[in-house]
Design a protein around this ligand. Structure first.
Ligand SMILES: [Fe+2]
Ligand SMILES: [Fe+2]
Length: 379
């Protein structure tokens, strides 16, 4: 039996979660890359069983068909956006240094308002760029699920999600192009995670990595920014994207719940490790090392200040508020002597285990249906 520390090195390449050297050693070496190719070895599965035996997935599919929206015409694209102002109010919170950080003797000491505003602007460009890249990951993964999942109800539903994700990539790309001031290449930690998810041949791993982990994180972080921003276009964009994302996470939880009930402890352990590795990669990416580089700051110095005292800023814990309860619902927290529970304790995110899980939440979050109802009752 190996110790957890040895396992940590095998799983995430380092023993200490906050080993900055090791986190920074993973970086995007080819920022001009246009095509990124991942070899996927999964089987495409036909099913000749067309019987509709999964009513919960059927309900989700019906909802998805009626709650489609059009990224070109349903959002107020004529909104004028003052990026500096928006960036300060949106991102100030998300990437904040701990209260009362002492900058004397650091590269930040000489910073004036201009530099702090530029940091907020770059952070916003970076954050929205990573959302866009993550959305493309979701587009590719759901197309893959259409092929690999053995159940007809899941193939039907996943096909609607492919359209949803295309729309999400489209609206984030357009927002970046028309309202912000520059794209960032994909963060290396995020790319590594997406590569792992796409390359895995087991269909349920695509679900776990994308639907539960990446989309669970997206749902929480979109919610955070949606709450903070007063910019009407971004607010509406996130509101609609979140309506879709809530369905996507529900799709993952409903499908995996059925599948995991049949797995052995050893098989569950592989899923726990996959979930843990995904959690660490996503946490690493939020240190936004590329932004510090662009600002001419040594990322290690900036990251050490961000992580000083109380550890990760609240935002970086909150992004796990959907993932932890969903892992609990799937039985992943406590299988194998609470293996994943202990890992989430180390990541300081276990406090979310009893937050609302996303199996049913999607109906409440359907803002598209709500707007349509309001429009017809007025007209
Ligand atoms: Fe999406
Ligand atoms: Fe999604």
């Amino acid at each position: 039996m190996t110790t957890d520390h040895v396992r940590n090195e095998d799983l995430i390449g380092r023993a200490d979660l906050d080993d900055l050297e090791s986190i920074l050693s993973i970086s995007n070496a080819d920022v001009d890359e246009v095509r990124h190719i991942v070899r996927a070895e999964s089987d495409a599965i036909f099913t000749w069983d067309y019987e509709r035996t999964r009513p919960a997935l059927g309900k989700l599919y019906e909802k998805a068909k009626t709650s489609q929206w059009n990224g070109s015409t349903d959002l107020p694209w004529d909104t004028k956006v003052d990026q500096a102002e928006v960036a300060l109010s949106n991102m100030g919170q998300a990437q904040r240094f701990p209260e009362g950080t002492d900058f004397s003797g650091t590269a930040f000491e000489s910073w004036g308002d201009d530099e702090w505003i530029q940091l907020a602007v770059e952070s916003q460009n970076w954050t929205l760029s990573q959302f866009m890249h993550g959305e493309q990951g979701a587009l590719i993964c759901t197309a893959q699920i259409v092929e690999t999942v053995p159940w007809i109800d899941a193939k039907y539903y996943a096909s609607t999600q492919v359209m949803d994700e295309a729309r999400h990539v489209e609206v984030f790309a357009r927002y970046l192009d028309e309202k912000l001031s520059g794209h960032y290449p994909i963060n290396a930690h995020l790319r590594m995670l997406l590569d792992d998810i796409v390359a895995d041949s087991r269909w349920d791993m695509t679900y776990l990595g994308m639907q539960v982990m990446v989309e669970g994180l997206a749902l929480a972080s979109f919610g955070f920014i949606h709450q903070m921003t007063t910019e009407p276009l971004l607010k509406q964009l996130l509101r609609y994207v979140m309506s879709d994302e809530a369905r996507h996470v529900a799709f993952g939880v409903l499908s995996l719940k059925e599948f995991y009930d049949e797995l052995t402890e050893a098989e569950l352990r592989e899923r726990q490790e996959f979930a843990y590795e995904a959690a660490v990669r996503m946490r690493d990416r939020f240190l936004q090392q590329e932004v510090w580089e662009r600002m001419g700051i040594d990322p290690k110095e900036a990251m050490a200040l961000v992580l000083a005292d109380e550890g990760r800023p609240l935002f970086q814990q909150m992004i796990f508020s959907k993932i932890v309860p969903n892992c609990r619902k799937l039985g992943l927290l406590d299988a194998n002597d609470q293996w994943l529970r202990h890992r989430f304790e180390e990541l300081e995110v276990i406090q979310f285990e009893h937050a609302v899980d996303t199996g049913e939440e999607y109906a409440m979050l359907d803002e598209v249906a709500r707007d349509r109802e309001a429009a017809t009752s007025v007209g």
